[in-house]
Write a protein that binds this ligand. Structure first.
Ligand SMILES: Nc1ncnc2c1ncn2[C@@H]1O[C@H](COP(=O)(O)OP(=O)(O)OP(=O)(O)O)[C@@H](O)[C@H]1O
Ligand SMILES: [Mg+2]
Length: 328
């Protein structure tokens, strides 16, 4: 199929790890007669990703996200299953695959620690044999979009985390990859820095049609950037579909936050559950299929004096926590 960028079929990855025995004698026995156990990191994952998609690949710690991405980038070989990326099997054609993709691992930089940022970019220009015109154009665009100008001559080790992440993003895209893997590109950043990176990701996806797989623990990233998400847990896909659908199916709950005059001792309202209290401020959770916000406000107003109120939309984070607990 022409418009398919990634095909993953029944992917499995097992790690053989040394079984540890407690204590000194245990360590000695482990050395003399090692016993191994098998840990299944990816347990039969399948999905297809079309060209130009921006997909959120999410799941709790240890779910198998990074392992999947390592296999897709070609740095890890699966135990079994079929993987085709842009027509190639990545771990069989590592070099060719690497030329076509961009990767950002938010947890560690791909740049040369001691070199000024611009020198890292120059090195990448040579490594990827980026034509002068393309390089110049991209550098200008990324400098503009990511505000790189202020630190291009600063060694990477002296950059702040936010600056380093912006430099890493630019570096991953200099050679015009058609596909980019972003593994936690906003980790540890403040709200403003996250927003800037999100805008950039959106821009390159929309304007350049770059296919993007985004791994993150920040649900705002998913809500703001992705239409589709693949949710994995224990190495299996538990949901693959529209982000909106998850919100619709699991997000019937709304929260009404009210400030009540005189901070009443006991607060209870029929049709809602008090989930938090801070003096006069009360958080009431209700199911919008059972009671409307207007009805609930009316009920609260009959019993208490409302000074102020806001309505909170369901956070996808909470929804996902529930999917993990209850299953889909
Ligand atoms: N090289 C390895 N050797 C042994 N076990 C590994 C190795 N890499 C990953 N694992 C195990 O495989 C499982 C999946 O790990 P993976 O890094 O893919 O999770 P993740 O979804 O990226 O988690 P996180 O959100 O914490 O980054 C974990 O149980 C992990 O301990
Ligand atoms: Mg990971």
């Amino acid at each position: 199929m022409e418009d398919v960028m990634i095909t993953v079929e029944n992917l499995r990855k097992e790690f053989k790890i040394l079984r540890r025995r407690p204590g000194f004698l245990g360590t000695l026995r482990s050395l003399l007669s090692p016993e191994y156990e098998v840990r299944t990191a990816v347990d039969g994952i399948s999905f297809t990703i079309r060209r130009g998609e921006l997909v959120g690949y999410i799941g709790p710690n240890g779910a198998g996200k990074s392992t999947t991405i390592k296999i897709l980038t070609g740095i890890m070989v699966p135990t079994s299953g079929r993987v085709v990326v842009d027509g190639l099997v990545p771990y069989e054609r590592r070099v060719e695959n690497a030329r076509r993709i961009g990767v950002v691992f938010g947890q560690r930089t791909q740049l040369w620690w001691d070199l000024p940022t611009i020198d890292s970019f120059e090195l990448l220009r040579h490594i990827y044999r980026i034509p002068a015109g393309v390089y110049k154009q991209n550098l200008e665009l990324f400098t503009d979009l990511l505000g790189l100008g202020e630190f291009l001559n600063t060694p990477v080790r002296q950059l702040s985390l936010g600056q380093r992440m912006r430099a890493d993003l630019a570096a991953a895209l200099l050679h015009n990859p058609r596909l980019v893997y972003l593994d936690e590109p906003t980790i540890g950043l403040d709200v403003v820095a996250k927003e800037r990176i999100r805008r950039f990701i959106k821009e390159i996806n929309r304007e350049r049609g770059v296919t993007i797989i985004l791994t993150t623990h920040d649900m705002q990233d998913i809500e703001k950037l992705c239409e589709r998400m693949i949710l994995i847990d224990h190495g299996r896909v538990v949901y693959d579909g529209p982000v909106e659908e998850v919100k619709r199916r699991f997000g019937q709950h709304r929260i009404l936050v009210v400030d009540l005059e005189g901070a009443p001792e006991e607060v209870s309202v029929e049709g809602a559950e008090v989930i938090r209290r801070e003096n006069g401020r009360v958080w009431l959770r209700f199911n919008r299929d059972e009671i409307s916000a207007a009805q609930l406000i009316h009920r609260v107003g009959q019993r208490y004096n409302i000074v102020d109120l806001t309505l909170e939309e369901p956070e996808i984070e909470g929804i996902i926590a529930r999917i993990y607990e209850e299953g889909v």
